[in-house]
Design a protein around this ligand. Structure first.
Ligand code: ATP
Ligand code: MN
Length: 320
C-alpha cells in the first residue's frame, strides 16, 4: 500500500522515510522536522538574502543551486541578480517564510548559503566575515586558537564578533556592520583583520591563498565578501549525521567539537531562543585606518593568479 500523502503548512512532502544519502544516518523526515523546529532563528539568518542551496537528489552527487528551477511554486519569494561572471540573470530565492523553507527541505536542500548583503541594500554588506579553515588533518583545537587571535585583532581595532562552527571543519567569525561601509571597504578591512591576526602568531596562522604555501597552518580566508555567500547559522551540512553550523559562546569554544551540533541535537539546544542573534555585538562602523591598511593588501585571488603565472614561467625557464 502506498504511504499516505503528507503535507505541512500546505507543502506536499514526499519520501520522508528515506535516508538522505548513503552514510547520512538521517532521513528526509528528520531534515524537514529539524528545519521546521529551528525555522524562526534560521529564517532570521536567511531573510531577504539571495539564497543558494546545496541539494542532494537521490543517488546523485550534491550540487549547489543558485538559479531557481522552472517548477518552483510562484509563492516562493525571489530576486533577480545580474551575474557579471556568467553574463546572465540569476533568480535567487529569498527564504523569508516557513512554507519556502519546508519546500526547500522537501527538495532535499540540505545546506543554506545566503549572501552577506540583503536585497534592500546590496552595496553595503551587513557583516564582515572571517572564514577559518584548519590545515589538512589538523584538529579543531588549532582552529580555536586561531579564532581567538582573530578576535584579538578585532578587539584591538575596537571591533568584536560572534563565532559559529561551519558544521564542517572550521569556524566563521561574523562582525555585524551598521550599513555605512561599502563592499570594497569591507573586503579591504577583512584582509587587514586577517593580516593583523596572522602577525599575532605567524607560526599558527596564514593568509596564503595558495594551499601549498600554507605549511600546515590555519588559513584565515578573507575572501568571503562582495557577492560571496557563507553557510547560514543553523544550516545542516552534507556530512554523515548532518552536523549543523552552530553558534558558540567565545568562552565555550575550547570545550566543544563541531560534531556536537547535528539535526538531532541542535533544536533542543536552542529552546525558543536565537543564540546567534543574541551573540552579536555592535553593529560597528569600520575604523578608517583598518580600511586604509586593507586597501594596501592585494586581493588574494588576483595575487594568486599572478603568482601562479610567475611560477609557471619560472618552471618553464628551468625546463628550457
Ligand atoms: P569548512 O569548515 O570545511 O571550511 P565552510 O562552509 O567554511 O566549511 P569553505 O570551503 O571554507 O566551507 O567555504 C566558505 C563558504 O564559502 C561556504 O560556507 C560557502 O557558502 C561558500 N562557498 C565555498 N565554496 C563554494 C562554491 N563552490 N560555490 C559557492 N559558494 C561556495
Ligand atoms: Mn571554511
Amino acid at each position: 500500500m502506498p504511504a499516505p500523502k503528507e503535507e505541512r503548512a500546505g507543502v506536499p512532502l514526499s519520501n520522508l522515510d528515506e535516508e538522505l544519502f548513503a552514510d547520512a544516518g538521517v532521513t528526509k523526515r528528520e531534515l524537514v522536522d529539524y528545519l521546521d523546529a529551528v525555522r524562526d532563528p534560521m529564517i532570521a539568518a536567511l531573510r531577504d538574502r539571495p539564497l543558494s542551496v546545496v541539494r542532494l537528489l537521490r543517488g546523485q552527487d550534491k550540487f549547489m543551486q543558485k538559479n531557481l528551477p522552472k517548477y518552483t511554486p510562484e509563492w516562493v519569494p525571489r530576486t533577480a541578480v545580474w551575474a557579471e561572471a556568467s553574463h546572465r540573470e540569476i533568480t535567487y530565492a529569498l527564504c523569508n517564510d516557513r512554507r519556502t523553507l519546508l519546500w526547500f527541505g522537501n527538495q532535499r536542500a540540505i545546506e543554506y548559503h545566503p549572501t552577506l548583503m540583503t536585497v534592500a541594500d546590496h552595496e553595503h554588506p551587513t557583516h564582515l566575515i572571517m572564514d577559518l579553515d584548519p590545515p589538512e588533518g589538523g584538529d579543531f583545537a588549532v582552529v580555536v586558537r586561531a579564532a581567538l587571535l582573530v578576535r584579538q585583532a578585532l578587539t584591538d581595532a575596537g571591533l568584536d564578533g560572534a563565532v559559529k562552527t561551519s558544521g564542517s571543519k572550521g569556524v566563521h567569525i561574523f562582525v555585524p556592520l551598521d550599513g555605512s561601509d561599502r563592499t570594497e571597504d569591507v573586503a579591504a578591512a577583512t584582509r587587514a583583520v586577517a593580516v593583523r591576526a596572522e602577525r599575532l602568531d605567524p607560526a599558527l596562522t596564514t593568509t596564503a591563498y595558495i594551499v601549498a604555501d600554507r605549511h600546515g597552518k590555519v588559513f584565515l580566508d578573507a575572501t568571503r565578501s562582495g557577492g560571496a555567500s557563507v553557510v547560514a547559522a543553523y544550516s545542516p551540512r552534507v556530512r554523515p549525521g548532518l552536523p549543523v553550523s552552530f553558534p558558540v559562546a567565545w568562552d565555550q569554544l575550547g570545550q566543544i567539537k563541531p560534531a556536537d551540533f547535528t539535526v538531532r541535537t541542535a533544536a533542543a539546544l536552542l529552546g525558543n531562543g536565537d543564540p546567534w542573534a543574541g551573540a552579536m555585538p555592535g553593529p560597528f562602523r569600520l575604523p578608517a585606518d583598518l580600511v586604509a591598511e586593507g586597501h594596501t593588501i592585494p586581493v588574494a585571488r588576483v595575487a594568486a593568479m599572478h603568482e601562479g603565472k610567475r611560477r609557471a614561467r619560472a618552471r618553464r625557464a628551468v625546463g628550457e
